[in-house]
Design a protein around this ligand. Structure first.
Ligand SMILES: Cc1cc2nc3c(=O)[nH]c(=O)nc-3n(C[C@H](O)[C@H](O)[C@H](O)COP(=O)(O)O)c2cc1C
Length: 312
């Protein structure tokens, strides 16, 4: 393990971190050291956030966490689509439960953390709100912002929670709880790239009426358009290059139709500085990556940040 070798953290930081005051972003009342974050799903159980931050990420989103531990779907459940620079996963929220992460987060020495929360597979949608509430309450002292994940394709029926009525109810409940805290935390919604324009208009309505802080666009897609790789027929969510254009389109749509009413974190197929710029130009304030980190390696973070300075 990298963290077990003395001096390894410092060595990695010296190779990969790129600090510059001009990269700082102030958003939701938080100061992000740079706008390039690690997307949810990589450090599901908050085991590696310190090491991942050493690679230069401005923030790390942990989770998706659920109240109870669960093992997720049967293996094999993650597929590399090399020709397409994509991944298909159907992990199904494998995680050790929110309390295990809380213990690890108590040791955090300054990494900016997003807490991505969901529901257990066996919790029916009618009772889903209570799962999100449990995760929200347990994580509250230990994360900087929250992400309500209703957009994973790998938990049966989860995406039905994106419909207007259940989503308004879920977000309003969390918002009310948040407002009771001495200092509320930013509350964001993570959405799927497969929503129609009508559904996206509903999302704008809900965000602006419940007044949550922002959106993460997008999660993985069910689309299989234009793929070459043998694994293209596997079930699950597709991420990486093939998702880039659609997620940028969703960001642009939300930004334009809402009249820039709320901040957006852009994610989906960022493998290069240009991909990050496309998301920012479409209206994102911050970006995240997962699959690009896998294919391009950690150097891509510094590359993006350096390029952002040149265009600033
Ligand atoms: C293996 C894998 C697991 C993921 N797990 C989660 C998750 O638990 N929660 C979540 O909100 N998104 C999850 N995602 C989605 C990513 O956070 C991201 O939204 C998506 O992959 C698009 O970004 P990318 O193209 O940079 O990977 C996962 C993605 C992958 C590839």
């Amino acid at each position: 393990m990298v963290n077990k070798i003395p001096g390894m953290g410092a060595l990695i930081r010296s190779l990969y971190q790129f600090k510059d005051k001009r990269l700082e972003r102030k958003l939701f009342g938080l100061t992000f050291p740079n706008p390039v974050g690690l997307a949810a799903g990589f450090d599901k159980d908050a085991k590696l956030y310190q090491e991942l931050s050493n690679f230069g990420f401005g923030f790390v989103e942990i989770g998706t966490l659920t109240p109870k531990p669960q093992s997720g779907n049967l293996k094999k459940r993650l597929f590399r689509l090399s020709q397409d620079k994509g991944l298909i996963n159907r992990l199904g929220f494998n995680n050790q439960g929110v309390e295990a992460s809380v213990e690890r987060l108590k040791k955090n020495k300054g990494v900016l953390i997003g807490g991505n929360i969901g529901k257990n597979k066996l919790t029916p949608n009618e009772e889903a709100v209570s799962d999100y509430v449990k995760c929200f309450e347990a994580l509250f002292p230990y994360v900087d912002y929250f992400v309500v994940n209703v957009s994973s394709p790998n938990t049966p029926n989860l995406r039905a929670l994106q419909d207007k009525k259940p989503l308004t109810n879920l977000l309003q409940t969390l918002k009310d709880l948040n407002l009771k805290k001495r200092i509320p935390k930013p509350l964001l919604l993570k959405i799927a790239p497969d929503l129609s324009e009508l559904q996206l208009m509903d999302i704008i309505d809900i965000i602006t009426s419940v007044k949550i802080d922002g959106v993460i666009a997008t999660n993985t897609t069910l689309s299989r358009e234009g793929l070459q790789s043998p694994h293209k027929t596997e079930m699950g969510g597709l991420s990486g290059k093939p998702l880039a254009e659609r997620s940028t389109e969703v960001i642009r749509f939300l930004n334009e139709k809402s009249n820039n009413a709320f901040p957006i974190i852009g994610v989906g197929g960022i493998h290069s500085p240009q991909d990050a710029l496309d998301k920012l130009n479409a209206g994102a304030s911050l970006v995240q990556l997962y699959t690009g980190f896998v294919y391009e390696g950690p150097a891509v973070i510094k590359k993006i940040n350096k390029a952002l300075l040149q265009t600033a």
